[in-house]
Design a protein around this ligand. Structure first.
Ligand SMILES: [Fe+2]
Length: 264
């Protein structure tokens, strides 16, 4: 499997606190079948790009750890860029493997800031392939899944977290994740691994779910074929996105009754 979203650099962000924890993560990744991974440290604002030297040093250190352990694991560098109106993608760590094409971006988990769709669309017009990290964890998108279709329709690529499918973020996120795959609204599954528990770097349980429910072709596409193309900067084939309908009138009526009752 090929993992395009991980936090493996030691003592950099909210990933592993030290080299030993990084070593544990690498071991887990290899044992669970990951053969290529991209280190994507958080870039929380343009100022963080000034830490590029530090990021590169830590990246080299992780590379050395992999060599020392003799792991069959290819490591690449990228970042997870948090969107602000002035965020730029013109640094060598802004895109995966510095391919000047695929950028992994995130924004608030609570809402969709007003500038975000336009900013993403402008980048797409500029020739970038914009990968939105874990949209299934966004509260607004969870309530209005139709917007997921809108993002896909305008050319954005959607990356699901493996933990979302295994229930790490709760039942609702899991259900939405399943609907997203059913509606061709997932282009990549990645670990967003921060450690060996919780947001774990192992993607194997999620891979098994996808293989069982949608078949091996789909599993390979989302865990291997598309992610590898993203690293290499190659175009991926996209299946036609299908809109997720809003909940039925009956379901909405039920929610309304429930709210009235809880207001008593
Ligand atoms: Fe992340």
């Amino acid at each position: 499997m090929v993992d395009i979203h991980t936090h493996v650099l030691p003592d950099y962000d909210d990933g592993p606190p030290n080299v030993d924890s990084t070593r544990e993560m690498l071991q887990m990744a290899v044992r669970s079948g990951t053969t290529e991974l991209v280190a994507t440290p958080h870039i929380l604002n343009n100022g963080d790009y000034r830490r590029e030297k530090e990021i590169r040093q830590k990246f080299q250190l992780v590379k050395k750890l992999i060599e020392e352990q003799g792991y069959d694991l290819k490591l690449y560098l990228g970042s997870e860029v948090y969107l602000y109106p002035d965020t730029t993608l013109d640094h060598s760590i802004s895109t995966l493997n510095n391919n000047k094409k695929y950028a992994l971006v995130e924004f608030s988990l609570r809402t969709i800031p007003e500038f975000v769709p336009q900013k993403i669309f402008n980048w797409i017009l500029d020739g970038y392939s914009i990968i939105i990290a874990h949209p299934e964890r966004n509260l607004l998108l969870e309530k209005n899944p139709f917007y997921l279709f809108r993002f896909a329709q305008m050319g954005a690529l959607l990356q699901l977290n493996s933990g979302s499918l295994t229930g790490v973020f709760g039942r609702k996120v899991k259900e939405l994740s399943i609907r997203m795959i059913d509606h061709n609204l997932v282009h990549f599954i990645a670990s967003d691994g921060h450690g060996v528990e919780g947001r774990s770097i192992s993607m194997l349980p999620a891979y098994e779910i996808v293989e069982k429910r949608w078949g091996i072709e789909k599993a390979r596409l989302l865990f291997e074929v598309n992610p590898r193309k993203a690293i290499l900067g190659q175009e991926i084939k996209k299946a036609e996105p299908i809109p997720i309908e809003e909940k039925s009138v009956f379901a909405r009526f039920g929610q309304w009754i429930k709210r009235l009752r809880s207001a008593d």
